[in-house]
Design a binder for this molecule. Structure first.
Ligand code: ATP
Ligand code: MG
Length: 761
């Protein structure tokens, strides 16, 4: 081995070093948050490359988010003190599988330019299938079937392998509809997210030669956040690692937070069985957080029964206690956090000034973000939102993307359907049916069907002319994509202009229109970072974050789920309230599974903080336009008192929270009752008075009563809703202030609208 200097090894403790240097054979690193698992994994890659044990293309490294993949690449380069020429196989499961599937698409009956559907396309397609089967889509919503199919795919159940009991779901038609859906996808040359993995697994299982080639190729396999792999991902890894068995997985059972998406923490526990002789390495020293933060996190996670149990220690100085603060409502919470961030930035808190980049707000549900976004926009505090494809889920972005998709693949029928009459071209349902008929008759795509219908004069008048123009534009844009004559950024702008899409929003006088135009600009800006449209489209369908790179310092806002693996000197954890965190869904579930996952999420949240962690809750919250009163989260009671400082916002919260919520060893009911007592304190009385002036009801009186007078009009047919007693369901009809709801468990019921909450995830 070359006697090159390996200074990066000096930064590791002995256990980490062992994990890095044990290059041959299976290694499992099982350790708590902040113990340097990712650091060891990254160093291992650097070591593989630095010692010449492997070339970049022989290393398969799987991370959980694109952001994590980017960071890992940068860190490897830094460790080696040189640029790493491409790490072609370092990325998320999905990104790597897209690559593999493009190479071997024909083995599962696809063409290599297949389209990746997002959730919305998926639901639309399922709706068509459900309707075509003569099933009442209102009773049996496509979204529900989409959820089922996702779950099945996460478990690696293809239609053929679907257990009988599962196939009987969805009014006994689940299995059959799943098969029909897969057929349609194939006909459309499209895949959904779950397919990316499943198709590749199938290729590996059915084509030994292909599998053997990759088994030889990937001599070293590394997996971060192993606790969150699902069955399909697990099978994929096991197949690839079977030859060399040089697989190194790192994870933490206490941070398994994707159970709801089919992750199997059992994969970690099974590792030693799957790979006999595996070296298991445990790390206990935490290098990220102060003792107070660690103790707070440890106190919470101890509430879980189902865990391996690990203790962490740190050499760091005590630092500040975890701070806890209650607010009147979500708006006030956002205002306080905004002020606090500004104070920290300028050093007004008596601490050294802190960069905005070092602060993050981690929310349980993405709807919590809006209050912060609004507030920060008002006070001009720069922020970025990461987590979830929110930006790319917006209507205008999806429309624009549909145009881009068509320019890249003209046979993308779903994209064509989306934009054929957007902006309005006078092509109503009838015209669309004519196009579809023409396409079916000829066995071609909708674009080709449209061309034929125009040529045969089947669509008359203004609509016909507009369609003719659209088809010719699509031809030209596609030719431009292929010729690569213009930069893709210019082309994108041109498409949005020529199609009339930008013009449509410019002419729109609704209050949202300016924001939509902003978003379109943002989209074009995002394109600049990619080589071409195809690469961008791929990225978007895989994306986990919408961060636009900019040099300006910004506070980060993201979901707890997206924050996995990350760290920030200062972390704010707002909205610790029953029904929000833990979520209502987890509280409704029978058994502890859901609650334990929420608790792990709390553990993940607290352990993101290095120096300062601030937890907050509000007594009232507007959820989907309706006011609701809230009780502090049970997780707040689980914070060890000695490590928590209860803050009192001046003039807001005169009564101490400490007396009310920090009880230990009491029954849940007693705790809830005493938490409710906090609402009788003088401070709350003052807040009630202020709130009453704003039309908000007091929290103690009417838990979960919807008190917004406009509630009735805020529901529409098909909405997913929640009722305290009957659980989840869908709105089937609306009569005055009563809603006709089909509940999942309780069946069909008429319920007064103010007892209903919106339940979209
Ligand atoms: P998580 O479970 O949250 O993903 P992790 O175990 O992956 O955490 P890392 O992110 O690798 O932890 O490391 C946490 C922090 O500790 C990082 O800032 C890292 O640079 C630092 N660190 C890790 N190992 C050491 C070490 N041996 N000496 C000094 N700092 C270290
Ligand atoms: Mg990590």
């Amino acid at each position: 081995m070359a006697a090159r200097p390996m200074p990066y090894l000096d930064d590791l403790n002995p256990a980490q070093r062992e994990a890095v240097e044990a290059l041959e054979g299976p290694v499992l690193m099982l350790a708590g948050a902040g113990t340097g698992k990712t650091k060891a994994l990254t160093t291992r890659i650097a070591h593989l490359l630095g010692t010449g044990a492997a070339r970049t293309n022989e290393i398969l490294a799987v991370t959980f988010t694109n952001k994590a993949a980017r960071e890992m690449k940068e860190r490897v380069a830094r460790l080696l003190g040189q640029g790493v020429e491409g790490m072609p196989w370092l990325g998320t499961f999905h990104a790597i599988c897209v690559k593999l599937l493009r190479r071997h698409a024909e083995l599962v009956g696809l063409k290599s330019n297949f389209t990746i559907l997002d959730t919305d396309d998926q639901v639309r397609l399922l709706k068509q299938i459900i309707v075509a089967e003569g099933i009442d889509e209102k009773r049996w919503p496509a979204r529900q079937l989409a959820g089922l199919i996702d779950t099945w795919k996460n478990r690696a159940w293809t239609p053929e392998k679907l257990p009988v009991a599962e196939a009987g779901a969805f009014n006994h038609r689940g299995g059959e509809l799943y098969a029909a859906y897969q057929e349609r996808l194939r006909a459309l040359n499209a895949v959904d997210f779950g397919d990316l993995l499943l198709h590749v697994v199938r290729i590996f299982q059915e084509h030994e030669d292909v599998l053997a080639q990759y088994q030889r190729w990937f001599r070293y396999i590394l997996v971060d956040e192993y606790q969150d792999t699902n069955v399909a991902q697990y099978l994929w890894l096991r197949l690839l690692a079977a030859k060399h068995k040089n697989i190194c997985c790192v994870g933490d059972d206490d941070q398994s937070i994707y159970g709801w998406r089919g992750a199997e923490v059992g994969n970690i526990l099974r590792f030693e069985k799957d790979f006999p002789g595996a070296k298991v390495i445990r790390l206990e020293q935490n290098y990220r957080s102060t003792p107070h933060i660690l103790a707070a996190a440890g106190g919470v996670i101890r509430g879980n029964e189902d865990r391996l149990g690990k203790e962490l220690w740190t050499e760091a100085e005590d630092g500040e206690k975890v701070r806890l603060i209650g607010h009147w409502d979500g708006e006030e919470e956002a205002r306080w956090i905004g002020d606090e961030i500004e104070a920290m930035q300028t050093g007004a808190r008596g601490m050294a000034p802190m960069s905005l980049d070092d602060m993050a707000i981690l929310v349980r549900a993405s709807h919590q973000m809006r209050a912060f976004e609004d507030r920060f926009l008002t006070i001009g505090l720069p922020y970025r939102v990461i987590g979830g494809p929110r930006f790319y889920e917006r209507l205008e972005i999806r429309d624009a993307m549909a145009y881009f998709r068509l320019a890249v693949s003209p046979d993308d029928d779903l994209a064509f359907e989306r934009i054929v009459n957007t902006p309005r071209r006078g092509l109503g349902d009838k015209a669309v049916q004519t196009i579809a008929r023409a396409a079916r008759g000829l066995g071609v795509s909708l674009v080709e069907g449209a061309r034929a219908a125009v040529e045969r004069g089947e669509i008359k008048g203004k609509g016909g002319k507009a369609l003719d123009l659209l088809v010719r534009q699509l031809d030209r844009w596609h030719a431009q994509v292929q010729a690569e004559a213009d930069t893709h950024v210019e082309l994108a702008e041109q498409i949005l202009d020529e199609s009339g899409y930008t013009g449509m929003w410019q002419a729109d006088k609704t209050p949202e229109a300016p924001g939509r135009l902003e978003n379109l600009k943002e989209l074009v800006k995002a394109l600049e970072e990619f080589e071409n449209l195809q690469g961008f489209l791929e990225h978007v369908s895989l994306i986990m974050d919408n961060e636009t790179q900019a040099s300006e310092e910004k506070v980060t806002i993201m979901t707890l789920h997206a924050a996995k693996g990350l760290e920030y000197p200062a972390v704010f954890l707002p909205g610790w309230e029953e029904g929000l965190f833990p979520s209502q869904r987890s509280m409704d579930e029978s058994g502890l599974k859901g609650l334990e996952e929420e608790r792990r999420l709390a553990y993940v949240g607290i352990t993101r903080a290095e120096e300062l962690c601030t937890i907050s809750f509000a007594a009232n919250r507007r959820v989907y336009g309706q006011w609701q009163s809230q009780l502090p989260s049970r997780f707040i009671d689980e914070l060890p008192e000695a490590h928590v400082e209860v803050l009192t916002p001046p003039g807001l919260y005169g009564g101490g929270y400490g007396a009310a919520g920090m009880g230990q060893g009491r029954s849940r009911l007693e705790e809830q009752a005493s938490r409710a007592d906090a609402y009788n304190s003088p401070g709350w009385k003052r807040m009630q008075a202020r709130g009453a002036a704003r039309g908000v009801q007091s929290p103690g009186e009417s838990r979960n009563l919807v008190i917004d007078a406009t509630a009735v009009s805020s529901f529409s047919k098909g909405d997913r809703v929640f009722h305290q007693k009957f659980g989840y369901g869908y709105v089937m009809g609306i009569e005055g202030d009563k809603l006709d709801i089909e509940f999942e468990k309780a069946g069909s019921k008429k319920v007064v609208a103010r007892f209903i909450q919106s339940a979209d995830r």
